[in-house]
Design a binder for this molecule. Sequence first.
Ligand code: AHG
Ligand code: MN
Ligand code: MN
Ligand code: MN
Length: 330
Amino acid sequence: DTGNLAYKVGVTLDRFIKSKQADFPYATGELSQILRDIALASKIVSREISRAGLSDVTGAFGQTNVQGEEQQKLDVVANVRFTRALTKGGEVCAVVSEEEDLVIDLHNSKGKYVVAIDPLDGSSNVDVNVSIGTIFSIYRRLSPVGSPIQEKDVLQNGSGQVAAGYVLYGSSTMLVYTTGHGANGFTYERSLGEFFLSHPEMRMPEDGAIYTINEGLTPHINTNILSYLEACKRRGASARYIGSLVADFHRNLLKGGIYLYPATAQARQGKIRLMYEANALAFIAEQAGGAASDGRQRILDISPEGLHQRTPLFIGSKNMVKQLEEALGN
Ligand code: AHG
Ligand code: MN
Ligand code: MN
Ligand code: MN
């Protein structure tokens, strides 16, 4: 009804961030500004995506990133939009991006924050008009402000995140973020150019009836995981797999379920990148009452050794992740 709609277009992202500023670990407004910068860049990217078939942003860019993946044009467009917004914003000293081999040192010694970002997640889905996303993690630098950035500023455990979130460019565009006080979701109203609070205090069901895995991997994975999947099937669970981590995670967050990207015989650490894919979603999952594990330990407890390090990922409803860990003998 219209009353309900009026409620849903009541609280803008901006107003919400302001009202929650006191929740931030360092309530000086800088972290709020970073979130606003990311939201602004995501509106631009959302616009590019929505007309992708009309403009010239579909298809391959013609270069390979450090992962050995063929970059899509939209990977590059999104990378430019987000890194530019973070550079201009002035609060950030360094950026880690999927699309950049090395840390981007913004030479902004006043910046107190480090951001890790997957500018465009699920880029193989761009050309076929399927949901894609953006994932980001925000850390406070550890070295003193004013000094050059150091490795320890960048290679922090996920438990050091001060904020994290994702944008899902789906049937609507949504932004979900946490600062460690629960997770909240905002839906973009394109004609007004604003994100509005639509999913306050998100909670992930403790159990779920969805399992999400690239079934093509199953000949190459640990047989204990196969047994776990069989048990899911016997319980009547449904398979759902989009192939965009953000979209797969978001559905399971709302409906309950587990996402699995295990190690395979060929990829001993799986595929998902710790610093700009797994950590942010793990933070949100935990804040919403879910869990995230590499099969042995909490994702947020892993100490990264490299920017583009990969990790097996099992994330979603708390009880499902726990049962998976048990199936693995942990
Ligand atoms: P990206 O597009 O940022 O490189 O990420 C792709 C990732 C993730 O989004 C998705 O869940 C996974 O790759 C899909 O992998 P498979 O094609 O092996 O299923
Ligand atoms: Mn990629
Ligand atoms: Mn990705
Ligand atoms: Mn990506």
